[in-house]
Design a protein around this ligand. Structure first.
Ligand SMILES: O=C(O)CCC(=O)C(=O)O
Ligand SMILES: [Fe+2]
Length: 281
C-alpha cells in the first residue's frame, strides 16, 4: 500500500487549528475554547482535526491493515488501575493493530509522534508535564469495532487518552463518558442500569479528535453492528515520560508477548487475567 509522503503540516487541518504557533491569536482562541470544554465536560472534542486527505489516507490504511489486527473477546472485572473497582463484569470485544505494525510513513504514526500535538495538549490541559507513552505496542493503537464488538465501562491506566475517529461503524459505537461520578460504586450501578444523568454521549464524526482524562472518569464504547467497522486511532500520553503498559496489556492488544524493548518473545492469544465468566444470558 502506498502511504504517500506525510508531514504533520499536511495531516493536521491547520486552517481550522493553526497550532504550529501556539502563541498566535488564532491558536489562543482554539486553546481557550478547548479549555472551556474540558472545564465543563472533562472532555475536549476538536472536529475536523485532520485534513480530508489525511483522513482518507488513515481510513485506507486502517481498512487495508484490518486483517492484521488482533481480535479478542474477554469479560473483565475491575480495571487496570484498581482491581475490583467495577463489581460487574464488563465485555471487551475489539480488534487492535499494534503500534509496531504501523509503517514509518504511516500518517497515524506521524500524527502521534509529532511534538506539536503534545504542545497543544499541554496548553489545553494547562500542565507542563504531558508526554507520549514509551510502550512499543499500546502507545498508539488502531482499534477496530466490527459486528457485535464493544468496550465495556472502564477507567484508563494512564492519564491522557487522545482518540481520532477514522471511520464510524454502520451502527453503534458511541463513546459514553461519565466525568462527574468519580469512583462511587452506587453511581456505577445507576449508570450501568441505564441512568444517563452525568453521562456525556460524545458527538464523534470521522476526523474528530477527542482528548479526555479517563483515569478517574468511567467511560465505554457501546456495541457496534454491521459491515463497516468503527476504526479509532487511540493515542496514549502520561504525566511522566517513559510510561509503559503491562505485559498483559500488550498481549491484549497484540496477541503477542512483547518485552519493554519491543522484542516479541512469543504469541499468547489466550486471555490470562483478570477474567471472569460471562454473566448468564
Ligand atoms: O474508542 C473510544 O472512543 C474510547 C477508547 C477508550 O476508552 C480506550 O481505548 O481506553
Ligand atoms: Fe478508555
Amino acid at each position: 500500500m502506498k502511504l504517500g509522503t506525510w508531514d504533520p503540516r499536511t495531516i493536521v487541518n491547520l486552517a481550522r487549528y493553526p497550532i504550529t504557533d501556539l502563541d498566535s491569536p488564532d491558536a489562543r482562541a482554539v486553546i481557550a475554547e478547548g479549555r472551556a470544554q474540558l472545564a465543563r465536560d472533562g472532555l475536549c472534542l476538536l472536529p475536523d482535526f485532520v485534513t480530508p486527505q489525511a483522513l482518507a489516507a488513515m481510513a485506507a490504511e486502517g481498512n487495508a491493515l484490518a486483517t492484521d489486527a488482533y481480535h479478542e473477546v474477554s469479560w473483565v472485572r475491575g480495571s487496570d488501575v484498581r482491581e475490583g473497582a467495577l463489581h460487574r463484569p464488563q465485555r471487551n470485544a475489539c480488534g487492535a493493530l499494534a503500534y509496531d505494525r504501523l509503517a514509518p510513513q504511516s500518517p497515524s504514526r506521524l500524527l502521534y509522534e509529532w511534538d506539536g500535538l503534545v504542545g497543544l495538549f499541554r496548553e489545553l490541559l494547562g500542565v507542563e508535564r504531558f508526554y507520549r507513552c514509551a510502550d512499543p505496542i499500546s502507545s498508539c493503537l488502531v482499534m477496530y469495532y466490527g459486528d457485535d464488538d464493544e468496550l465495556g465501562w472502564h477507567f484508563d491506566p494512564n492519564d491522557g487518552v487522545v482518540t481520532l475517529l477514522v471511520q464510524s461503524a454502520s451502527t453503534g459505537g458511541d463513546f459514553e463518558f461519565a466525568p462527574g461520578i468519580g469512583r462511587d460504586p452506587a453511581q456505577f450501578d445507576r449508570v450501568m442500569d441505564g441512568g444517563r444523568d452525568g453521562v456525556i454521549k460524545a458527538d464523534l464524526k470521522p476526523g474528530t479528535l477527542s482528548l479526555f482524562r479517563g483515569k478517574n472518569a468511567l467511560h465505554r464504547v457501546t456495541s457496534t453492528a454491521g459491515p463497516r467497522p468503527r476504526i479509532m486511532l487511540t493515542m496514549s500520553f502520561h504525566d511522566r515520560p517513559g510510561m509503559m503498559f503491562s505485559e498483559e496489556n500488550r498481549r491484549r492488544y497484540s496477541g503477542r508477548i512483547v518485552d519493554d524493548a519491543g522484542r516479541t518473545l512469543g504469541t499468547a492469544t489466550t486471555p490470562s487475567s483478570p477474567l471472569v465468566a460471562p454473566p448468564p444470558a
